[in-house]
Design a protein around this ligand. Sequence first.
Ligand code: AMP
Ligand code: ZN
Length: 465
Amino acid sequence: MKIYNTLSKQIEEFVPKEEGVVRMYTCGPTVYHFAHIGNLRSYIFEDILEKGLEMLGYKVLRAMNITDVGHLTSDADTGEDKMLKGARRENKTVYEIADFYTNAFFNDMEDLNIRKPVIVEKASDHISTYIKMIEKMIDDGYAYLSNGNVYFDVSKAKDYYRLLGKNQEDLMVGVRDTVEEDVFKKNPADFVLWFTLSKFQDQVMKWNSPWGVGYPGWHIECSGISYETLGEYLDIHCGGVDNIFPHHTNEIAQSEAYFGHKWCNYWCHGAHLNDQSGKMSKSSGEFLTVSLLKEKGYSPLDYRYFCLNSHYRNPLVFSYESLDIAKQAFTKLKSKVRALLKEGEIFEEHVLSYMNEFKDAFSNDINTSLMLTVLYDVLKDSTLNDATKYYLVEKMDAILSLNLTVFEDVSIPSSLEDKILKKIDERNIAKKNKDFLKADTIRDELLEMRVRLIDTREGTKYELI
Ligand code: AMP
Ligand code: ZN
């Protein structure tokens, strides 16, 4: 398995620390609003990664957090508290907001056939772990208390900017004018581990700590939850590219300060889905959610198929036109699978060689569009019988998760069914009389009625398209 590692900026051979076992951590949603389909693009890529690793024979231990506290509207320590913003918007408590949007998130995941990680933990359930870690970081000189808050001192971290691949000067050029300076930090890049002196006096989620009543910063939750659930070493940590800095950079700084050794070997980031105006947003422009797509007549899996056609490291621009193209291709693909006969001998050697191709495509830095190409090659292969094709589709769909072998029961009014059967009889007679023109005309007439004829050894079948 080869995978691009943001840490080395190279495609590397993937070797987990423990043979056959992958410890994988994926940053979860901030549950102050619905996820937009951009967020969900990242979870689709992580889902394929998890299922693909299992296909290669690894046991995958995967954990994800639910951010219900500590995330401000800026990823740095400035701006409004996202959860409070959600609570005010809807006149609810932060707990109600967190519950509602956590459920909404898992409904979206289910709609998109994204498997829920076995370990899902709320940030607010692990406060004592963060306190334990912060205390040690203070004792060891990595963190300091200033004006009530606890900060991480980035000057103490080993090669703090290595995930980003830039230095502090490069960074400050772009942000100098926009960042609100916190005068209590030793270094402008220091970040908050624990807030006690909050500018949000109406903060509801708060806890006792050795530094006073307060709440954790956003970054410490992922270090704490991954430590508690997966231990001191991680193999893979994922998220969207916006997480590289500051979130993942800060996670590395904290975890390595606490453990005293390298923490995670592979960092994998999904490129963004953008809308045509640029960055996807929950507050301006059209708020693109799974429910909105459903309202507009798309299946969530049309969107999954749309995502799988592009490489996870390439930015993708969303438009309804391109979703329409994906939907059409996906519908056609499903009808091809539907037309396959399921019974028959399965040619094992073909299964093996096609599955090897499929695995190679995945192992080539999760090349999902190549995985789809292998699937199309199977369907096109005239040397394969239907049963082998169907079997391969089922096996590949265990990873792609497009419900390729799940068909809606389209009930046909009996009057239409009678008409179709009559036309099939007429066509059979025409073929018997070698009147192929008539036979083809009947086939085309039915196609216009969205009825496709499939000639099989057992006779002519039909499907609605
Ligand atoms: P959040 O709920 O803001 O914490 O984000 C949840 C996940 O979505 C994180 O992994 C982000 O990196 C990712 N993300 C945010 N915006 C986008 C986008 N436009 N396209 C793809 N992933 C995104
Ligand atoms: Zn995280």
